[in-house]
Design a protein around this ligand. Structure first.
Ligand code: AMP
Length: 420
């Protein structure tokens, strides 16, 4: 006998009943995002490696260490997407969307791939749902996105902490800040990890979110981007914060928040949760403004802002057992004999056509076992169909909760079930 093959480490199956909880969570996200004018986009899982190297940044942890990259049969380097913003920007440029409409609002849902160290809430294939808004420079749009998220977690009763916001500035702010940061870091270089010593020359901002040096006193004392913003950038950040206040959103300014991608330019934000199921406090969602990315990827200058939320973490923090989300059958039809089984299907087809959820027992097992299954499926009602019922056109409809029975005409089942 050969050994059974297991799934790849860090990549999980999603089975019922958990899939019901996922479905619920995803539907609520979609409904809410669509109410805000976002439309769905789907892009391929595979992209040219250069898209992520250029889009996310060569010196980021994701690009340096975490991508699933391989050569295809023609020797082209392809990568399984580690996030969606780069793909959305590629699609936005490739399809000339800017020429078609002044404002574009997209949302997506799907698997992302990162070769990361695993722990609760951190996987190698994980799911993100996110939005991107292209074409709006006004900071009210990031406030609107944050408010949408706060509403989402509030409606779902996912315990979440105040939104953390920061501004990391754009091209106009970077040189001054970069200089201040490098001047500060240089005398401390030997206290930093090898990667960070290298990043000081290539991309010093990345030192601030190094997973190895996180918590180091050197980083804690580093100069803050917020103190080095140009007046215009600071005004935009303040305007976004003022809008959040007007919307009644609880937020905190965290000058240490940098996020792991190079493309961010203005306001960045995260929402964390300390729900016990997550093990440790961790980010449910992260996002921000990336006004320079579309142009740097070869498109027209286009302001943009977006976020991505982690589905696994949202589900872990979402109250309720997975079984609570499984829809229960309206009717379970137990059958005695082949003729009854066939007729049960005719009835079920009619009732399903009317929008009811119906389960028919196909196996020739005893009545007791059938009704036990009806109980296990948590069916609202059950019906036993045998030769007698077929001949009379009437059967006993049982309420599985109260166990009360009523004789009903098979032709009137729709209205009988609707009454319950
Ligand atoms: P990021 O794309 O890194 O900004 O992450 C956005 C959100 O995706 C995070 O806040 C997490 O909720 C989720 N996420 C990121 N990486 C992982 C991972 N490896 N496993 C599970 N969820 C993740």
């Amino acid at each position: 006998m050969s050994e059974p093959i297991q799934s790849v480490r860090g990549m999980n199956d999603l089975l019922p009943p958990d899939s019901a909880k996922w479905g619920f969570f995803e539907r609520r996200c979609r409904e809410l995002f669509e109410r805000h004018g976002y439309e769905e986009i789907r892009t391929p899982v595979l992209e040219h490696t250069s898209l992520f190297a250029r889009g996310i940044g060569e010196a980021t942890d994701i690009v340096e260490k975490e991508m699933y990259t391989f050569s295809d049969r023609k020797g082209r380097s392809l990568t399984m997407r580690p996030e969606m913003t780069a793909s959305c920007v590629r699609a936005y440029i490739e399809h000339g969307i800017a020429k078609r409409e002044p404002v574009t609002r997209w949302y997506y849902a799907g698997p992302m791939f990162r070769y990361e160290r695993m722990q609760t809430g951190r996987y190698r294939q994980f799911y993100q749902i996110g939005v991107e808004c292209f074409g709006v420079a006004e900071p009210t749009v990031e406030a609107e996105q944050i408010a949408m998220l706060v509403q989402l977690y509030g409606d779902l009763r996912v315990p979440s902490l105040p939104v953390q916001v920061n501004s990391i500035g754009g091209a106009a702010d970077r040189p001054r800040y970069r200089a201040a940061l490098v001047a500060y870091l240089e005398p401390h270089a030997t206290e930093l990890c090898g990667d960070c010593q290298r990043r000081m020359a290539t991309n010093p901002l990345r030192v601030l979110d190094c997973k190895v040096d996180a918590g180091s006193p050197v980083l804690a004392g580093a100069p803050r981007v917020l103190d080095h913003l140009t007046e215009a950038s600071r005004a935009r950040f303040d305007a976004a914060c003022a809008t959040l206040t007007e919307l009644g959103i609880q937020f905190q300014i965290d000058p240490r928040l940098v996020r792991g991608f190079d493309y961010y330019t203005g306001l960045v934000f995260e929402i964390q949760s300390d729900a016990p199921a997550l093990g440790t406090q961790c980010a449910l969602v992260g996002g921000g403004r990336y006004d320079e990315l579309v142009e740097s990827m070869g498109g027209p200058a286009t302001p943009a802002v977006g976020f991505a939320l982690g589905v696994e973490r949202g589900i872990l923090a979402l109250p309720g057992g997975a079984k609570d989300f499984v829809p229960r059958p309206d009717l379970f039809i137990a059958t005695l004999g082949e003729a009854a089984r066939r007729h049960a299907l005719v009835i079920a087809q009619r009732l399903r056509g009317a929008g009811l959820r119906v389960e028919v027992e196909h196996r020739p097992v005893g009545l007791k076992a059938q009704l036990k299954r009806a109980d296990n499926l948590d069916a609202a009602s059950s019906l036993v169909l045998g030769d007698v019922e077929l001949a009379s056109g009437r059967a006993k409809l049982r309420d599985m909760g109260t166990r009360a029975e009523r004789e009903v005409a098979l032709s009137a089942l729709e209205s009988e079930l609707a009454r319950r």
